[in-house]
Design a protein around this ligand. Structure first.
Ligand code: HPA
Length: 234
């Protein structure tokens, strides 16, 4: 039992997939897991544990933004002993050669969030992925016939940003913008957890391209199975 997760420690598996959207967590439990049991409904942040290809895995929704994923990651890592955590989510492309439906594996996450300067006394922290998970995800994507983009992402606090802050991060090589990875990677480092973000491009801030809902669904299913394959890789 933690503040935001009403489960016993043993109800949550050491391997966790982290979608932002609670309904996506439910979809994964219903379509990819065997014998899935819901262990959390607090604030509608559904969490399920079941089996994927024989391995016990959990799927916990994190909500949107760094403060929200921070709450769930802190509790999962500190109270539930989670060892591997893979975020699956959407991101906006900020390079012109990335298109809607492309898969991005986040090598690192720069951020404009105030959380890390506060945590590191004004310093900026190089939040980076677990190499072993990254390699497994790259392999899982290739096995599924997908060539993923691997590179830095920009974790922002503002979805609706009138100042287009993403442009300077794009100028320095970030591939896509999203809202959670920097905090996930930072907390994973703190607690000795292996973490990775696998992202599907849902829209492009460069071209204005945006996925219609059917295409969104197909891209998400691909990402879910790449995420699960990565989670259970040795
Ligand atoms: N901004 C932030 N997060 C996102 C976006 C975006 O444009 N698209 C998908 N996630």
């Amino acid at each position: 039992m933690s503040t935001h997760i009403a489960a016993k420690k043993e109800d949550v598996a050491p391997l966790v997939l982290l979608p932002g959207d609670p309904l996506r967590a439910k979809f994964i439990a219903e379509n990819f897991l065997e014998n899935a049991v819901c262990y959390n409904t607090v604030r509608g942040a559904f969490g399920f544990t079941g089996r994927y290809k024989g391995s016990r895995v959990s799927v916990q929704s994190t909500g949107m933004g760094a403060p929200s994923i921070s709450i769930y990651a802190n509790e999962l890592f500190k109270e539930y002993g989670v060892k591997k955590a893979i975020r699956i989510g959407t991101a906006g492309a900020i390079q012109k050669d990335l298109n809607a439906r492309d898969l991005v594996i986040a090598l690192s996450a720069s951020t404009d969030s105030a959380i890390n300067p506060r945590r590191f006394n004004g310093g900026s922290y190089a939040a980076c992925a677990c190499f072993k998970l990254l390699r497994a995800a790259y392999q899982a994507a290739q096995n599924a016939g997908i060539e993923p983009h691997c590179g830095g992402v920009f974790t922002t606090d503002l979805f609706y940003d009138e100042n287009c802050a993403w442009k300077i991060w794009a100028r320095y090589g970030a591939l896509a913008v999203e809202m959670e990875t920097a905090e996930l990677y930072t907390l994973a480092a703190k607690f000795g957890v292996s973490a990775l973000s696998i992202l599907t491009i849902s829209d492009s801030l460069v071209t204005g391209e945006s996925l219609e809902s059917g295409e969104r669904e197909r891209g998400f299913k691909q990402m879910m199975s790449v995420g699960l394959e990565t989670l259970i890789a040795p």
